[in-house]
Design a protein around this ligand. Structure first.
Ligand SMILES: *[C@@H]1O[C@H](CO)[C@@H](O)[C@H](O)[C@H]1NC(C)=O
Ligand SMILES: *[C@@H]1O[C@H](CO)[C@@H](O)[C@H](O)[C@H]1NC(C)=O
Ligand SMILES: *[C@@H]1O[C@H](CO)[C@@H](O)[C@H](O)[C@H]1NC(C)=O
Ligand SMILES: *[C@@H]1O[C@H](CO)[C@@H](O)[C@H](O)[C@H]1NC(C)=O
Length: 464
């Protein structure tokens, strides 16, 4: 999605529900199973982002196995070394396409510089040539670069797929799905690419945002239909019944491909998500964004596929991990903020057991440290206690100055800080959020290991 984003303040994302966690407390609480079908987009257009190595550690800690990056960022790729459990889609930058299309040698050089150095220990599964550049002035460069890169990886026998990412604007009309047809410009630029991908049996990557379908047609599209909250079909298209707009969009693209003779080409959802702020504010808030994202994950997990492609598991990537603050504000009608779900550090790949009065601490435990009591030891005693039993992560429910001061100079203990629920409404603007961070977080950054901020209880996390 090429829209700019206002930095709302929180970045991250991931959800207890995004990952299928089994936390059988009645059995002592220990087993966590992580859902593997959903990936995350990881954009880097911000000076407000945590370092790539922190981000990759975070992904690992919550069991993320698939990510997409928009260009071959060396820091990210280096941070991924040895983490072959995380597969990565690497984008070729749009502005590189013209030069790469002009000379096969340029493609070889690009590969040698950007991909080759990582092949041994980074699991690069896909290279996408351009991001939503079809249709457009550089759209015609996609096919030659896809072809050159395909030749290159085939000649080297490398298991890397070469494809491109396109958006739904190529399909017009798209309702009902069986009427799905590519626009004339798409037929010129996209169909030859699809035919080539079809020969190679390589998926096309498509971005699908039901939010845009909703706001462009609010009289005919219901919110529930857009955010997967509908329980019953909204319309029938021949024998196919549609309950979710996501499915209708997906299938419209499939129908459009079929009309061009491109049958059974796999489709991956390169991006989907819901804005948490900006745009039509009636429809953008963290609650709706969370609902959409959770329901998307459930939909993927259900394995139901779409009416046109039933029983086939959807492969998809949520957008996005961070609210990058330097996305270019070009040609974008609305300023939107996407965030990905919620995740609570206590539900990450961690567990602890309580055995009578003895806390048995596992390596990665997070302890919740609530201080709503006048019967508690002083904060510095508590912190000493935590150190003595080897706790390395704690979570506090608000930026308590005594606790944060007690944590000064103890980098071994990382802290997740909560924002008080009653402060949330006032923090909805960027400036208010910035002030909050300046007052509550910045004074401690030098010597307290603040790892994340949870906005609300289990709502949003920011890694600093
Ligand atoms: C990779 O995944 C396997 C199987 O899920 C697991 O046993 C292994 O520990 C993981 N390795 C890393 C480095 O995460
Ligand atoms: C790389 O990722 C793919 C796709 O997720 C996975 O099937 C494969 O096992 C991974 N490779 C390694 C070496 O872990
Ligand atoms: C999909 O799965 C359902 C339930 O298992 C089954 O009834 C149906 O025939 C399947 N549809 C296709 C097209 O395979
Ligand atoms: C903190 O970490 C250092 C280096 O890893 C280690 O030597 C030290 O024992 C740790 N201290 C505590 C209190 O865990």
């Amino acid at each position: 999605m090429n829209c700019p984003q206002i930095l709302v303040f929180f970045l991250l994302t991931c959800s207890a529900i995004l990952f299928k966690l089994y936390y059988p407390q009645e059995q002592g609480g220990s087993i966590i199973v992580v859902e593997k079908n959903v990936g995350l987009n990881y954009g880097l257009l911000g000076d407000n982002l945590p370092s790539p190595s922190k981000v990759i550690s975070f992904y690992k800690s919550i069991g993320i196995t698939k990510i997409r990056i928009f260009d071959p960022n060396t820091e990210v790729l280096n941070a991924l070394r040895g983490n072959t459990n995380i597969s990565v889609i690497v984008g070729v930058k749009d502005q590189d396409l013209a030069a790469l299309a002009a000379r096969e040698e340029a493609v070889k050089d690009w590969f040698a510089i950007n991909i080759e150095p990582y092949l041994a220990d980074v699991n690069i599964t896909t290279i996408t040539v351009g991001n939503e550049v079809i249709p457009g002035p550089i759209g015609p460069h996609v096919l030659p670069v896809v072809q050159s890169l395909t030749n290159l990886v085939k000649s080297r026998n490398l298991p890397i797929l070469i494809s491109t990412v396109v958006d739904m604007s190529n399909v017009q009309p798209s309702y009902p799905p069986s009427a799905g047809m590519f626009t004339p410009q798409a037929r010129e630029q996209l169909v030859p690419v699809l035919k080539f991908l079809s020969q190679m049996n390589t998926p096309i990557f498509v971005t699908i945002y039901p939010y845009f379908a909703l706001v462009s047609n609010p009289d005919h599209v219901s919110l529930d239909y857009a955010i997967f909250e509908n329980k019953y079909p909204v319309f029938e298209d021949g024998l196919m019944k549609y309950t979710h707009i996501f499915d209708a969009s997906f299938d419209a693209f499939v129908w459009a491909m079929e009309k061009e003779g491109v049958i059974d080409l796999p489709m991956v959802v390169a991006e989907t998500g819901w804005p948490s702020a900006g745009g039509k504010v009636k429809f953008t808030n963290p609650h709706l964004a969370g609902t959409y994202n959770r329901n998307f994950v459930k939909h993927v997990e259900s394995g139901k596929g779409t009416p046109k492609r039933p029983n086939s598991s959807i492969d998809g990537y949520l957008f996005a991990t961070f609210n990058e603050n330097q996305k270019p504000a070009v040609d974008c009608p609305q300023i939107l903020v996407f965030f990905l779900l919620t995740c609570s550090t206590i539900l990450l790949n961690n567990y602890y057991k309580k055995d009578g009065s003895i806390i048995v601490v596992e390596k990665n435990v997070v302890l919740n440290y609530g201080i709503l009591g006048n019967n508690l030891p002083s904060q510095s005693n508590d912190i000493s206690f935590y150190k003595s039993i080897g706790v390395t992560k704690i979570r506090i429910f608000d930026p308590n100055t005594e606790v944060l001061n007690a944590l000064r100079g103890i980098p071994n203990i990382s802290v997740t800080v909560g924002v008080k629920k009653q402060d949330l409404a006032a923090l909805a603007s960027y400036d208010a959020a910035k002030n909050w961070v300046a007052t509550n977080i910045e004074p401690y950054l030098a010597d307290v290991n603040i790892m994340s901020i949870i906005v609300g209880n289990e709502v949003i996390v920011e890694i600093l």
